[in-house]
Design a protein. Structure first.
Length: 287
């Protein structure tokens, strides 16, 4: 039921401290520093109700994202992340699917009869602003029946700000929903154990020395890729140039390129795309 741990793409690293090399290297499953990786603690749970996680693309690489815990913990789950305009074509909504969202017309999940319970639980993952953006761009999600929870205590997500006392993190919401829909499923609480472990490890880190506060630009969770670069690859021309080293005393913007070339992406009838760096002698598939 819950004895197997998810395999992470990481090497062995100490967990007592986040100093040194382990603080810089990251696990590519949980995106935490290797010294704070919690993948080994994530159980594998055979849940009955399929869970579809629809994630805003800016949330996908957030270091404290909790949808990854759900995805790697629940056997019967799927995580879809893409540009908002492309999500509609990628999500697979089953008959009887319902959206877990506290909308104005949402019904409480614990008040449903067994016959009314959803056959698939859909959860949009992101900040509240991001969630509303996804719902605005994907009409199929807005049209789903909406169900909500009635939390008896505030979220334990002490390292990210919640909009109100009723708001829960994704992992907390999914666990609470499955405990209502399938109370016989064992191990769900272990997902919250991993969630609390992530929080406790972060809060245990030494705080910076008190001093003058420096204003920093908000951290971007990922580069913005215009949809045109994804949807119209046949119109894209990749240019690159090479230049010799800039001599001392010469400004870099005054240095002229020594070699300039342009290559066009090659697209296939099946939607695939290839890049050639040797004028069509060989190809590298990029989509």
């Amino acid at each position: 039921m819950s004895s197997l741990a998810v395999n992470s793409l990481r090497s062995t690293a100490p967990t007592e401290s986040l100093e040194g090399t382990a603080a810089r290297e990251r696990c590519y499953v949980c995106f935490r520093p290797l010294a704070a990786c919690h993948c080994a603690a994530i159980p594998r749970i055979e849940n009955q109700t399929p869970v579809l996680l629809v994630q805003h693309r800016r949330e996908s690489f957030h270091p404290f994202n909790t949808a990854r815990i759900v995805r790697h913990g629940l056997v019967n789950s799927e995580l879809v992340v893409d540009q908002n305009q492309r999500l509609a074509a990628r999500i697979d909504l089953r008959p009887g699917a319902a959206l877990l969202f506290p909308g104005s017309q949402a019904r409480r999940l614990d008040e449903l009869s067994p016959a009314e319970r959803p056959a698939q639980l859909v959860v949009v993952d992101g900040t509240w602003h991001q969630v509303k953006t996804v719902l605005r761009h994907v009409p199929a999600l807005r049209e789903l029946p909406q169900y909500c929870l009635a939390p008896t205590r505030p979220s334990n997500f002490r390292i990210r700000r919640e909009p109100n006392d009723q708001a829960l993190s994704t992992v907390e919401a999914v666990v609470a929903a499955l405990q209502i829909l399938e109370p016989e499923t064992a191990g769900l609480e272990q997902l919250l154990t991993v969630f609390n472990l992530m929080i406790d490890r972060q809060l245990a880190q030494p705080r910076p020395v008190a001093g003058r506060r420096r204003l920093r630009r908000p951290r971007r969770t990922g580069p913005f890729i215009p949809p045109v670069l994804i949807d119209e690859l046949e119109r894209i021309v990749v240019t690159y140039c090479e230049a010799e080293g800039v001599p001392r005393g010469v400004r870099r913007d005054e240095q002229r390129p020594r070699y300039l070339a342009a290559e066009r992406l090659v697209t296939g009838s099946d939607g695939s795309a290839y890049y050639t760096a040797d004028h069509y002698d060989s190809f590298t598939k990029i989509r």
